[in-house]
Design a binder for this molecule. Sequence first.
Ligand code: PLP
Length: 413
Amino acid sequence: MGEFILARGNGRKIPKEDKIFGIAGRAKAAIAEKGRDNVVNGTVGALFDDDGNLVILDSVVKEFKDLDPRDFAEYAPIGGIPAFKEAVKKAAFGNHMPKGYLEAVATPGGTGSLRNTISNYSDRGDQILTSDWHWSPYGTIAGEIGRSVATYEMLTPDGKFNAGSFKEKVHELLERQQSLVIIINTPAHNPTGYSLTLEDWNNVIDVLCEEAKSGKTIVPLIDVAYIDFAGDEDEYRKFFDLFERFPENVLLVVAYSLSKTCTLYGGRCGAMICVAKTPEIAAEFKSVCEFSSRGSWSNSAKFGQVILSRIYGDPDLLAKVSEERAYFRNMLLARGRAFSEAAEDCGLTIVPYDGGFFVSIPCEDPDGASAILEEEDIFLVPLAKGLRLSLASAPEDKCKDLPPKIKAAIEKL
Ligand SMILES: Cc1ncc(COP(=O)(O)O)c(C=O)c1O
């Protein structure tokens, strides 16, 4: 008998236990047994303060408590409430609103935006392009709707964006597909903390403009899940000014999420926003994406939409949210700096960290290295190309102590 009893496999390999949740569970058990001070839990994809408490913005909690019951009990329109659709464009783009025809469609988190973009801008059987270092659910999301993921090498050996590999892969896929969705997770990429520079972006845009001469559809899907945890919120939105050069057959889509930016992980709120060259392409985006929403989760939860609408409707509240978030962002970036400096001091090679929740350490045998570290109560996630440390869940003093221990574990293999 195969792996499935009654369920249809549909070509899938479903692990008994999700690797990340498995390790996170063992880290929790170790903390319960040995105490927080004696364990490093570098596995969790949510932000914790140095005392191990989940960071939840007080200003957001206050708005949550002030909700009218209709703000969560009532259905929201499929595409989102009108105030949210405006607010989320401001949240995503800030002072760098791209020129073009913008449409926003509410989704359950960034995940919903990824799903709907893939389903509407690729054909069944197509490959979606992303970097070799990537958030593994991209493959799951694509696979569940009959697509798969192809990858380019994200970095050159000296740690720069690999525009050559990007170009090669885009060209190769467009030779055999009618359209191409390309997921680019920046700034503050998960799992590496890399952010594309403006120069990297110009190289990406050059490639896409050149390839678009084929007349085929290209959809750069920018996953900005960590946009407010990269650094200065305005500085890290400047790349949105660069997309004017795109021709009509390149449709920019931004996957925005309130999970991290508003600490509403469980609220399942986000949006997909398109920047189209014609009103017809924007209207089509709205129509096909709302149709897909209807056929997958129907309406999205309403309360996060109301909260974001209030934040962007009240400058004082927006200032409060931004100030509170800046405090925690600085806490996170200090952990990243502490880790990077200690790695440099002991000669541990890491993927250059710019910002965000995670940093990665390339190695030959990630599973082996993670098993050795686990014996010392250090819990990191093994990926295909290395280990991932969540700076979001490890306090600064531990981030500082880790590099020599990681180096020793890798050298033991
Ligand atoms: C890279 C990346 N993209 C998107 C998401 C989407 O998260 P959500 O669906 O909670 O908004 C996450 C969450 O961990 C992520 O790490």
